[in-house]
Design a protein around this ligand. Structure first.
Ligand code: GDP
Ligand code: MG
Length: 791
């Protein structure tokens, strides 16, 4: 092959070896498979200019600028890109722009299935969710970070008396079905036949965004292009000739600023017009791939009339998913061999492989169109970093990045706990007052005991942590919305790499400090299954906010100095166990060579208090729902297990001890005794399996039962401090408390987290996780307690 010849003749220059500040042009991307495809789609095509911006603080990965967007590549990944600084090599570049070809598409009845359906498609971060929320009044989470939407969301809006269903799909750079998002979007379009596609593009980054548009064009579905972030384009001083651009693409283009609603009405109207037109026969514009490929498309298209142009091209490209669509067709084998022949012919003719030929041509089309329609601001010097990136000088600075990241995380947790303490106190005294009041008005009996001790005591003990959970989610939302999350991934990638993961896993982990369930769901942004599994299985070691009540209680009761440090050490132990687990898994049961992918670093955007509040509230609601269901039920069960069977003439303590729960706790006492636990703690651990908040409410029920009624006003904390064993020794001391915290941190993820793991990974991994986490918890507490008591 001539590319190998080329390799021998000129010693190749690799992007990896280029110094910071250097701008070079891409010659080709080596290797094969999904990662190469992704690089091509991100714009690493022949002749594209790449600038080396900076090394991450730990020297790997490296930030590059291509097509105006900033992306992060590891050294090993950049070594796959061959580059040059000689313009001369690209004198044949002009040929790529062939304009369009038109396809006639028969009319369809948009109401055939009784719903008008519009699908939102666009790159990550282009503003799909902002538009979706604006139009449907939904309160979905937006975020300045790729892959926040990993599911589709459906909403409704009305226009001109008609109801339309709008679907927010995951962000994708392409529709090649290499990542779960792409797969999801493709499958959605194939199965649901939307009546129109609303393609949202970032108007400030058209070259990259329109690549996806060229793929949608080939699907011959009515399309409207919303030029979002129009405010930013106007501010930049660039000029876009919308009319000309619309004519070229054969689709309406409408400027829009989704986050404040400007232009949204016009966009929706354009979508409705496009749908109405589709009832009649219409002309669609498609990218013209040049005479050879066009001939192939027509020829092959004639032999499989049911497939759209997009799929036919994919078959020529040897895309397995597209080829699978042929199965069941009589002439499938014939079409396949025919396509293979064509592929060889095209590759011979262009002297390149099919994947880069097609992406070259698509980018050629986009570049050609933009050359005609987009006039950059003449006053802006080329190569200037865009305004949204200036904060990077500080936040990804070689020396400051890590300290800033640590301080931000510390600040987040510190503010959460100190600020949260105030509303917490109010709620606490409210609940105490309420319990007393109910206690006074109700007659003695089982019902009163159930309500006061079981329900109010149990649920109330958990409710007090709502403020802290709200504050934590407020912060996480701010970090995502501003674009800092992607920087965090960039900064820590090297460290994550050490444990065999990508920096992107950092975000699910961070969310895991709030709650494991959304964190496990957020792993869907990881493209490689092995990475996802390792991340999913280690997330439960990130100490979620549900465990916090127990720590707060124990730290406050048994440690007077350095409370913050002790709390932090628990979190660090969790991180350490997760890291060790990830390393071991990567080397054994989930072995895999490399995780590669391109991560985009979006421009910083001002986070809005509105978004953060919406997100905070939706999390708060989830928490309250959990409380109204699982926690309420568990509190009642726990209370009942401790209340029955009833015997006359017992002290409260004897009653609990002889109850079902006491018997269960006693049964497992030998197992937990070496950890420093008594049977009450064993019981709390058992009930905490439902949800870890319940550990505290169980202790509340258990220890309230132990003391006399006249001590109603003493808090659980004081009761724990004074609790004694039959031999008069204190039940708790700092070592026992710490051992107990370690166990709560590490053992059995809650039922809700297991449900999420089941959904993402299957039963097999749920079983593994239950055994593994509980085993680790026991071992760690055991080692700690046995060693610490002997020192
Ligand atoms: P998605 O990933 O496509 O769903 O994008 P989001 O709706 O989550 O938005 C990504 C980021 O861009 C968020 O920080 C939004 O606040 C911001 N954003 C969305 N639309 C606009 C816009 O028109 N102008 C500006 N300046 N920012 C926007
Ligand atoms: Mg979104």
């Amino acid at each position: 092959m001539s590319t190998d010849q080329h390799k021998k003749d000129n010693k190749e220059r690799l992007l990896d070896n280029e110094p910071v500040g250097m701008t070079v042009q891409v010659v080709r991307v080596m290797g094969d498979g999904a990662f190469r495809q992704r690089l091509l789609e991100m714009g690493f095509v022949r002749g594209a200019k790449v600038t080396v911006l900076k090394n991450a603080p730990l020297q790997d990965p490296v930030e590059y600028m291509i097509l105006g967007s900033h992306i992060s590549l590891r050294h090993s990944e950049a070594a796959q890109v061959e580059v040059t600084d000689k313009d001369a090599e690209f004198c044949d570049m002009e040929d790529a722009f062939n304009g369009i070809v038109e396809t006639t598409v028969a009319g369809v009845d948009p109401m055939a299935d009784n719903v008008l359906r519009v699908a939102l498609i666009g790159n990550p971060n282009c503003g799909k969710t902002s538009l979706f929320n604006n139009v449907t009044g939904a309160k979905e989470k937006v975020g300045n970070y790729g892959g926040v939407t990993v599911d589709s969301k459906e909403g409704w809006f009305s226009i001109g008396g008609r109801k339309v269903q709008l679907v927010d799909l995951p962000g994708t750079y392409s529709l090649t079905e290499y990542s779960p998002e792409e797969m999801y979007v493709r499958t959605y379009i194939r199965d649901n036949h939307p009546d129109a596609i609303l393609n949202i593009v970032d108007a400030g980054n058209l070259e990259r965004n329109l690549y996806l548009t060229t793929q949608i064009m080939d699907m011959n579905i009515p399309m409207v292009v919303a030029l979002n972030m129009w405010d930013e384009l106007e501010k930049s001083g660039d000029h876009l000739d919308i009319e000309m651009m619309s004519r070229l693409l054969g689709a309406r283009m409408v400027p829009m600023t989704a986050h404040n609603g400007h232009g949204v009405k016009e966009v929706l109207q354009a979508v409705m017009d496009a749908i109405d037109e589709s009832e009649h026969q219409t002309q669609h514009h498609n990218v013209n791939y040049g005479p050879l490929i066009e001939d192939c498309l027509n020829e092959l298209g004639a032999t499989c009339p049911d497939l759209d142009r997009y799929t036919v091209l994919k078959i020529i490209e040897n895309d397995q998913h597209a080829i699978d669509l042929l199965n069941g067709q009589d002439n499938a084998d014939e079409v396949k061999s025919h396509a293979a022949e064509m592929r060889q012919r095209i590759e011979r003719d262009y002297n390149d492989d099919i994947a880069s030929i097609i992406s070259d041509l698509k980018y050629g089309f986009v570049r050609g169109a933009l050359a005609e329609a987009l006039t950059p601001n003449p006053e802006r010097a080329t190569g200037d970093t865009k305004p949204g990136y200036s904060l990077d000088r500080l936040l990804t600075n070689r020396w400051l990045a890590l300290p800033i990241l640590l301080v931000l995380m510390w600040l987040m947790f510190e503010v959460t706990f100190t600020l949260g303490a105030y509303p917490q106190e109010w709620i606490e005294s409210g609940i105490a007052w309420f319990g007393e009041w109910i206690g006074n008005v109700m007659p003695e009996g089982i019902l009163k005991d159930l309500i006061v001790d079981g329900i109010i005591g149990g649920v109330g003990g958990v409710l007090v942590f709502l403020p802290q959970i709200l504050i934590l989610f407020f912060f996480i939302s701010l970090l995502e919305d501003s674009g800092y999350m992607a920087r965090a991934a960039f900064i820590v990638d090297r460290i994550m790499h050490r444990v065999g993961l990508h920096g992107k896993s950092f975000i699910p982990y961070l969310i895991g400090f709030g709650c494991g369930v959304p964190a496990i769901m957020a792993t869907r942004t990881l493209e490689n299954r092995r990475d996802r599994l390792v991340t999913i299985l280690t997330i439960p070691f990130m100490s979620c906010s549900a465990r916090l009540p127990a720590y707060l209680l124990l730290v406050a009761a048994f440690f007077t100095a350095n409370q913050g440090l002790i709390l932090m050490s628990i979190y660090l132990v969790g991180i350490l166990v997760a890291a060790i687990t990830a390393i071991v898994m990567s080397k054994t049961i989930l072995k895999h060579d490399k995780t590669q992918f391109v991560m985009e670093l979006p421009p910083y955007r001002k986070p809005t208090a509105r978004n953060a509040t919406i997100h905070m509230w939706s999390k708060g609601k989830q928490y309250l729902q959990k409380m109204a269901t699982i926690i309420l039920a568990a509190s009642i069960i726990v209370w009942a297990l401790g209340y029955f069977p009833r015997h006359d003439g017992q002290t409260p303590q004897e009653q609990i001890e002889n109850s079902y729960m006491g018997k269960m706790g006693k049964a497992i006492e030998p197992v937990v005794e070496p950890l420093g636990f008594n049977w009450q703690m064993g019981v709390s651990v058992l009930t905490g399996a439902a949800a870890k908040e319940i550990v505290v409410s169980t202790m509340g029920v258990l220890y309230t039962g132990e003391t006399d009624a006249d001590e109603e006003s003493t808090t659980l904390k004081e009761k724990l401090q004074t609790a004694t064993k039959p031999n008069g020794e204190h039940v708790f001391n700092p070592l026992v408390a710490y051992s107990f915290m370690l166990f709560i941190l590490l053992y059995f993820p809650c039922i809700a987290a297991l449900a999420a793991i089941k959904r993402e990974a299957g039963w097999k991994w749920v079983a593994f996780e239950v055994i593994y986490t509980t085993g680790v918890a026991w071992l760690v507490s055991f080692i700690f307690y046995q060693i610490a008591t002997r020192l």
